[in-house]
Design a protein around this ligand. Structure first.
Ligand SMILES: [Zn+2]
Length: 180
């Protein structure tokens, strides 16, 4: 093969690989917290934020999955609500093993952006709950924008109505139960 043919072949191969990965991880990130009990450090915010955040936890714990999110005083996993300059509503960072290989998360840190949430919400409590429940979904292996769901068909859909969709859907529950 001359160089031009070779580079076209390589591009096709890369394209094919991207399609395969997208398909495989439509619902799932490919990594997740390894156990059904998911700890996080206690947090303490004001009378609007605190109950809305606890509802985000409770809305997962009361769904029919093996997962239980728990707060305690010693976990390395952190939850932070603050006014960030960035445009996101919620953000999660993960730690995995040294090489970034394997399917287990060893630590996570979730941030909720009080500035953008205040700017966008018409129902502040629901909006907080929706954003937090979404980030918790990432902890247990769910990916953004799973295919074949309408915008409000998944808490993981970035186009969902955050003022109204606060509870993981049947689709989300099924996605978790594929992993645990
Ligand atoms: Zn997300």
């Amino acid at each position: 093969m001359n160089r031009k043919k070779l580079s076209i072949f390589t591009l096709l191969l890369i394209g094919f690989t991207v399609v395969m990965v997208t398909t495989v991880y439509a619902r799932h990130l490919g990594f997740r917290w390894p156990n059904v009990t998911v700890p996080m450090r206690n947090f303490n915010y004001n009378t609007v934020w605190q109950p809305a955040m606890l509802t985000g936890i409770n809305n997962w714990n009361t769904r029919n999955t093996p997962i239980t999110f728990q707060t305690n005083t010693t976990s390395s996993n952190t939850i932070t609500a603050s006014r960030f300059d960035d445009e996101w509503y919620g953000l999660i960072s993960y730690q995995r093993n040294l090489l970034g290989l394997g399917s287990s998360i060893t630590r996570f840190d979730i941030s909720l952006n009080a500035r953008t949430i205040a700017n966008s919400a018409t129902n502040t409590s629901n909006f907080i709950t929706s954003v937090f429940a979404h980030e918790l979904g990432h902890v247990i292996g769910l990916s953004d924008n799973p295919s074949n769901t309408a915008p409000n068909g998944s808490i993981m859909n970035q186009s969902r109505n955050r003022n109204t969709l606060t509870v993981p859907t049947t689709f989300d529950v099924e996605s978790v139960n594929m992993l645990y």
